[in-house]
Design a protein around this ligand. Structure first.
Ligand code: NAP
Length: 343
């Protein structure tokens, strides 16, 4: 296949930087890499393979032609520019929340619902799900396929990097201040200071008391898994971890949990590592994840008070598995399916 013309919108952000790194180390055929961001970053020089790329301000460009346009600059930027790039022929792979629930836009996790990209979508846009949804559905898919799941209840423990580079900075600066005995800074990016704290709110709280992140988890999981009535409820919590989201997930089945079968299913799931021994500190933690490209599952156990209840502890790198890597895998799937690059 021919090499591709690729644009990254939001190239200087947390997800954009991961995407450049992953593209750099991949075999992905790239003829031109165009890096776009806000005016603040215009003129910044970033290395890609053997070249130096100059970052361009998105609102100063005249042409939006590309084979693939990866968007990771927030929902407002995607909503304004996504259709422009798609109209010029690009397959837009969007990391934001702008199009995820649009019925003309596939919401794709390549290991879970690859058939959603059997052909080029009429909109020209494919949505990358929310980071906490991706790691969840990667584990839920084999469970809902094999078992009759009554409901899913989870708590997320989400890292500062889920709030972008500014989120990481705020956590690190707040931690330094606390260790130096200074008063907590005003929180700008999170609702409260995050250092040495936990915050049970990710995104705006809607009228029924459910946050945006909690709503996304339900809607997106249902769409990806093709289960519009899946009963799923969560509490999403921001924790003072730099990178890596964790989730404590409780599945209630309509039947007693066959634990060995659960182990078998997780052990054969692609790009999932199962930590079998839950009693000898054999479980994943976000800071010490050895492989940021896969989903890690530990503490797999049946509820001693309810044989139909199954607990799982799921950890993944939100910037890779939850964003940049999933976007790159979408692009690879699009190439395999001749959705792009066939000329
Ligand atoms: N972080 C995660 O774990 C994660 C996971 C899944 C999805 N996402 C989604 O991915 C997107 C980016 O997240 P992030 O964490 O990478 O955020 P980030 O670190 O804050 O980066 C934002 C990027 O967008 C650019 N940008 C901001 N306003 C712009 C504008 N008006 N025009 C052009 N570029 C603009 C910024 O450029 P400047 O540097 O010039 O300001 C920067 O490159 C968001 O929609 C987020 O919801 C994030």
């Amino acid at each position: 296949m021919r090499a591709l013309d690729i644009s990254i919108i939001g190239a200087t952000g947390a997800v954009g930087a991961e995407l450049i790194k992953l593209l750099e180390s991949s075999e992905f055929p790239v003829s031109r890499l165009r890096l776009l961001a806000s005016r603040t970053s215009g003129g910044r020089r970033l290395r890609f393979r053997d070249e130096i790329c100059i970052v361009e301000p998105l609102d100063e460009i005249n042409d939006t032609q590309a084979d693939i346009a990866f968007f990771s600059a927030g929902g407002a930027v995607s909503a304004k520019y996504g259709h422009l790039f798609a109209a010029q022929g690009a397959l837009v792979i969007d990391n934001s929340n702008a199009f995820r629930m649009n019925p003309n836009v596939p919401l794709l996790v390549p290991q879970v619902n690859p058939n959603a990209l059997a052909a080029r979508p009429r909109s020209g846009i494919v949505a990358n799900p929310n980071c906490s949804t991706i790691q969840l559905v990667r584990v839920l898919r084999p469970m809902v396929t094999a078992f009759d799941v009554h409901q899913v209840i989870l708590t997320t423990y989400q890292a500062a990097s889920g709030g972008g580079l500014k989120g990481i900075d705020e956590l690190l600066e707040g931690s330094r201040a606390a260790l130096a005995g200074r008063a907590p800074q005003c929180a700008k990016h999170f609702p409260f200071p995050l250092a040495f704290n936990v915050i049970p709110q990710v995104g705006e709280i809607a009228s029924e008391g459910v946050t945006l992140e909690e709503r996304k988890l339900v809607q997106e999981s249902r769409k990806i898994l093709g289960l519009p009535h899946l009963r799923l409820t969560s509490t999403c919590v921001r924790v003072p971890v730099v990178n890596g989201h964790s989730e404590a997930v409780y599945l209630e089945l309509h039947e007693p949990v066959p634990l060995e079968r659960v182990h078998e299913l997780l052990a054969i799931e692609p790009d999932v590592r199962l930590y079998l021994d839950g009693t000898h500190e054999e479980y994943p933690t976000p800071r010490l994840l050895k492989d940021p490209t896969i989903v890690h599952v530990g503490r797999v156990r049946v509820n001693p008070q309810n044989p139909c209840g199954l607990w799982l502890w799921i950890v993944a790198d939100n910037l890779q598995v939850g964003a940049a890597l999933n976007a790159l895998l979408i692009a690879k799937l699009a190439i395999c399916n001749n959705v792009i690059g066939g000329k």
